[in-house]
Design a protein around this ligand. Structure first.
Ligand code: ATP
Ligand code: MG
Length: 289
């Protein structure tokens, strides 16, 4: 089993997670904005060094799944935490409404397609979890999937959660460390951010009228998140529920999780054996001559 970072935001593996007990605000006494920015700077520098070794090591992959309601700050967090990394060693994939081709396959397929190879940090901005979140809240999305829905639709969500759990176990056994983040934003903070998208011309493009509509399903989404996290937070693919109301605080938490994860994996530059060493020494001499 691959090691995973411990954190106060870790979602327990024993089915006890309660969404209403998971905060959206930083704990009291958290560092101020400037201290957080400095901390993020330190962590991203550390991450950059670790990533170099991670790429060279090439035995493991890291998959970070980011899920959240609209305007919780997925894009900004991914940008802030990955800045400074070697772009050749990371890949970010966003999953929106599925395409015709994607709907012609099973629900895991489109994500499997984009899994990071060994040595690479892959980030999923949304993921197969949409299938037990957005689709669960809006069962009409099942229509275009043309699957057989059991008489008791609850069974379908249980099947899907099992499929995800097993897929993630398979990934872990194949050398991919899977970390999952729920960036949990509060309803009032989301309202402010959606308003800012409406009012600020530079953010207007991000505004989607559907996001306001989706707020009506707030409780259903939280219920679906709770069930998904309970069913799939496991030692081989833990969930972390990170408070998202303060962006600086959230970014530091996410960066720290990534740094801790890579440190635990302890990537190393590959060792040369005696024959390789001798060969390189001969090549060095030849190049010098
Ligand atoms: P932001 O969070 O910044 O608003 P975004 O991630 O919402 O960005 P969009 O392309 O606007 O980016 O939204 C993706 C939309 O696709 C979401 O509303 C999501 O619920 C929907 N979606 C994702 N996966 C599925 C799926 N499998 N079936 C139906 N809808 C999906
Ligand atoms: Mg959106």
């Amino acid at each position: 089993m691959l090691p995973f970072p411990d954190s106060r935001w870790l979602v327990p593996f024993d089915d006890s997670f309660r969404h209403d007990r998971a905060p959206t605000e930083p704990p009291p006494g958290s560092p101020d904005e400037q201290a957080l920015e400095e901390e993020l700077e330190r962590l991203t520098e550390r991450l950059e060094k670790l990533q170099r070794r991670f790429r060279a090591d090439g035995r493991r992959a890291l998959l970070v799944i980011v899920q959240a309601l609209d305007a919780a700050g997925k894009d900004g967090t991914i940008r802030a935490v990955l800045r400074g990394l070697d772009p050749a060693g990371c890949q970010v994939t966003s999953f929106g409404v599925p395409s015709k081709e994607e709907l012609d396959h099973d629900f895991l397929w489109r994500c499997v397609h984009h899994l990071p190879p060994r040595g690479v940090i892959g980030v999923f901005n949304r993921s197969w979890y949409e299938e037990v979140l957005a689709v669960r809240v809006h069962p009409q999305f099942l229509g275009p999937q043309r699957i057989e829905v059991p008489e008791d639709p609850e069974e379908l969500w249980a099947w899907r959660l099992q499929a995800i759990r097993e897929q993630e176990l398979h990934l872990s056994r194949s050398g991919t460390l899977v970390l999952k983040l729920w960036l949990k934003v509060g309803k009032e903070e989301q309202r402010k951010r959606l308003l800012a998208r409406l009012e600020d011309p530079d953010r207007n493009w991000k505004f989607n009228a559907r996001d306001v509509e989706e707020r009506k399903h707030w409780d259903d989404y939280h219920e679906a998140f709770e069930q998904a996290l309970r069913a799939t937070s496991r030692p081989w693919a833990p969930w972390y529920c990170v408070p998202a109301d303060d962006k600086d605080y959230m970014r530091v938490q996410v960066a720290r999780l990534l740094v801790d994860a890579l440190e635990l994996l302890d990537p190393r530059y590959p060792d040369l054996d005696d024959a390789e060493r001798a060969e390189r020494s001969a090549l060095r001499k030849a190049l010098r001559a």
